[in-house]
Design a protein around this ligand. Structure first.
Ligand SMILES: Nc1ncnc2c1ncn2[C@@H]1O[C@H](COP(=O)(O)OP(=O)(O)OP(=O)(O)O)[C@@H](O)[C@H]1O
Ligand SMILES: [Mg+2]
Length: 240
């Protein structure tokens, strides 16, 4: 699904150059649930922005669903982003003047679906996220967890190949956060590929695979896949 090779992204500021992503090579297969973790400033958001086609690497190659997306124009990037990727932000980013339903419809309308189809699909998604009775509500008339569910409905509505979530529980209290996390796991159990950024190691521990990033460098910290099974060492934590 995602294949990154030797991705480098640098920022220059006042004569100093920062390698925000330093020669990252990794791939993510369809159906995986991957957590990307690392300390503040380690390059998580920079990497996410490249995965999400919001930004471009300085060098390296990026294949998404087998398609080379390394060198697209901004317009091409937005089309692919709209079709293939659903994004869930920490602070939801719902449009405050639109209802829950309208917020979920937006990406569908953007890709040229009719109002009628977009509405039908958006209602289906809200129903799936148990928000059918809240579709007329504005974001500020919803709880934090409900707003995050609207944002997830919006991300899912276009049937993306990939859901990217940046600290999806960061703005929620811990029990609502657990509920949202459970929901992401349910979606993954149903086959949805999910990549989640989190600095919270407890949350990351629930993912099937953990990718660590430190000073822009990627390393895997993964005990659950077959190839890592024999190097799991002293980690006795009970995992399922
Ligand atoms: N536009 C920019 N210009 C200059 N430097 C930048 C820019 N964006 C990010 N950086 C630098 O690149 C590095 C990686 O930043 P990034 O935002 O990816 O970190 P992060 O892992 O997401 O951190 P956090 O957990 O705090 O969100 C940091 O050292 C940051 O200062
Ligand atoms: Mg960040």
């Amino acid at each position: 699904m995602i294949e990154m090779k030797n991705i480098i992204k640098e920022f220059s500021l006042g004569g100093e150059t920062i390698k925000a992503v330093d020669n990252a090579t990794f791939s993510i297969s369809s159906g995986e649930f991957v957590a990307i973790t690392g300390p503040s400033g380690s390059g998580k958001s920079t990497l996410m922005n490249i995965i999400w086609l919001l930004d471009k690497a300085d060098s390296g190659t990026y294949l998404l669903d087998g398609m080379d997306v390394t060198d697209l124009t901004d317009d091409e990037q937005s089309v692919i982003r709209n079709r293939k990727i659903g994004f869930v932000f920490q602070s939801f980013y719902l449009l405050q003047r639109l209802t829950a339903l309208e917020n979920v419809m937006i990406p569908l309308l953007y890709r040229g679906e009719s109002e009628k189809d977009a509405r039908r699909r958006a209602l289906e998604m809200l129903e799936r996220l148990k928000l059918a009775d809240r579709y007329k509500h504005l974001p500020n008339q919803l709880s934090g967890g409900q707003q995050q569910r609207v944002a997830i409905a919006r991300a899912l509505a276009g049937q993306p190949s990939l859901i990217l979530a940046d600290e999806p529980t960061g703005a929620l209290d811990s029990s609502t956060g657990r509920e949202i996390l459970g929901l992401l796991h349910e979606l993954n159990d149903a086959g949805q590929t999910i990549v989640m950024i989190t600095h919270d190691l407890n949350i990351a521990a629930g993912a099937k695979r953990i990718v660590k990033i430190e000073d822009g460098k990627i390393s895997e910290a993964d005990n659950t896949s077959e190839e890592a099974a024999d190097e799991s060492g002293t980690d006795d934590q009970d995992r399922t």
